[in-house]
Design a protein. Structure first.
Length: 198
């Protein structure tokens, strides 16, 4: 078919015909709508993570339990047969090092020639670890006698016994006063003992 005289021929692909009932404006809005839907889906996926993170330097408030409710923190337990990895607490000294001295019997009655066995104990305090020398001085009226009981060495507590024989020269009814003295580490402890002679 020849073109009409004076007319121009339109190239076949320059303006393709639109499908019936669809305009260019609707296509454009469909593309825009698809982009908006994709943006909403991406925002919905990433927005919760962004909302949970607090701004720098701030913390999110923690909801407190309802009134009357108690919260219990779980205590981790070890399998049977495994001991706790934490060592037992050791006592800490609460003062300067020292020691105590005790003697028994503190007061007794015995006949002349009879033997009284005295028991003396040194017990350390706050890590005391020096040697302790012990001495007993017994006196009646104007007479006195000293007895060296030796030196005790750590570890403490340490107990010694000393057999004391009542002299035959003491009259019945006499009272012998004794003084037990223990010295160590610059510390002196004294205990008085009394012996009644029958």
């Amino acid at each position: 078919m020849e073109p009409a005289p004076g007319g121009t021929e339109t190239p076949p692909d320059a303006n393709p015909p639109s499908p019936p009932g669809v305009s260019l404006d609707r296509k454009k809005w469909a593309v825009i709508g698809s982009i908006v839907v994709i943006a909403v889906v991406v925002a919905a996926v990433s927005l919760p993570g962004l909302l949970v993170q607090p701004p720098r330097g701030e913390t999110l408030p923690v909801a407190s339990p309802p009134r009357g409710a108690t919260t219990v923190s779980p205590v981790p337990s070890l399998p049977p047969g495994i001991e706790t990895p934490f060592p037992a607490a050791t006592p800490v000294p609460s003062g300067p090092p020292g020691f105590t001295e005790t003697v028994s019997p503190a007061e007794t009655t015995a006949a002349r020639g009879e033997t009284v066995t005295y028991t003396m104990t040194i017990d350390a305090q706050n890590g005391f670890s020096d040697d302790v020398s012990m001495q007993l001085v017994a006196g009646f009226l104007f007479f006195s006698e000293s007895y060296d009981l030796g030196i005790l060495e750590p570890p403490y507590p340490k107990t010694i016994t000393y057999p004391f024989t009542v002299p035959d020269t003491l009259p019945p009814g006499a009272t012998v006063n004794g003084l037990l003295t223990s010295t160590g580490g610059g510390i002196t402890r004294e205990n008085r003992i009394i012996l009644h002679v029958q």
